[in-house]
Design a protein. Structure first.
Length: 227
């Protein structure tokens, strides 16, 4: 089981991904635990502010360090948890990172908002992650992506545990083409090898098509795999 504690100003936003389908079943089956902590409740300010204007001037508001610090330390065994700061400045999130996180027992996700973080908040984290080279209004969407992608790697979460090892990005390759009924749709037919019953030939075809698609669509993955 993996436990996620998500520090956010919008718990309902992140919690929306847990109300249906695979993640809901994972929680019910005790394979996954997700908690949400509104760090605004740890503010010592009169109006529960968690942000303030930046020293030196400039646009926007900056998250203050004390509420984040207090929220982290309210979590049981927080010293043993792997803490992640979600920020555009972080390391790019990949399937390789998801696999690494899937080996953890307890993960704390820190979602930012406003213009940015007080720089001292970075010292609370073991890792900084970004889900892409763009800026979001907050870290909640990134948190949802990480919870979803890591959870599906937990044994027993997916209905078919063979799904994850054959997905896109495994072994730095894009997934092979998939087909289902009908056999012939508007003149586009399922490749005959897939209905041949010869599983050795099917595996060879899938490997070849996976490599072909990767060369066409994501040749950068092949370069990464050779590093």
């Amino acid at each position: 089981m993996i436990k996620f504690d998500c520090l956010t100003l919008f718990p309902k936003m992140v919690g929306s991904i847990l109300s249906d389908s695979i993640l809901k079943r994972a929680i019910e089956n005790k394979l996954l635990e997700v908690n949400f902590i509104d760090f605004r409740s740890f503010s010592k300010m009169k109006h529960k502010n968690v942000d303030d204007s930046p020293y030196g001037g400039g646009a926007g508001m900056v998250l203050m360090a004390p509420p984040i610090y207090e929220a982290i330390h309210s979590i049981n065994d927080n010293d043993k948890a792997f803490k992640i700061l979600l920020t555009p400045q972080g390391e790019k999130y990949t399937e390789k990172t998801a696999k690494m996180l899937a080996s953890k027992e307890h993960i704390i996700l820190i979602c930012g908002h406003y213009e940015g973080f007080d720089e001292r908040i970075r010292s609370f984290a073991d890792m900084e992650l970004s889900i892409g080279d763009y800026v979001l209004t907050g870290g909640e969407i990134a948190a949802m992506a990480i919870i979803d992608s890591v959870s599906r790697l937990i044994p027993g979460v997916l209905h078919n545990d063979m799904s994850a090892p054959t997905d896109t990005f495994e072994n730095n390759l894009i997934e092979f083409p998939q087909y289902t009924k009908p056999y012939d749709f508007m003149g586009m037919k399922v490749p005959d090898v897939l209905i041949s019953g010869n599983h050795q030939e099917i595996d060879k075809w899938r490997q070849a098509e996976s490599l072909k698609k990767t060369k066409e669509k994501r040749p950068d993955l092949l370069k990464e795999g050779n590093n």
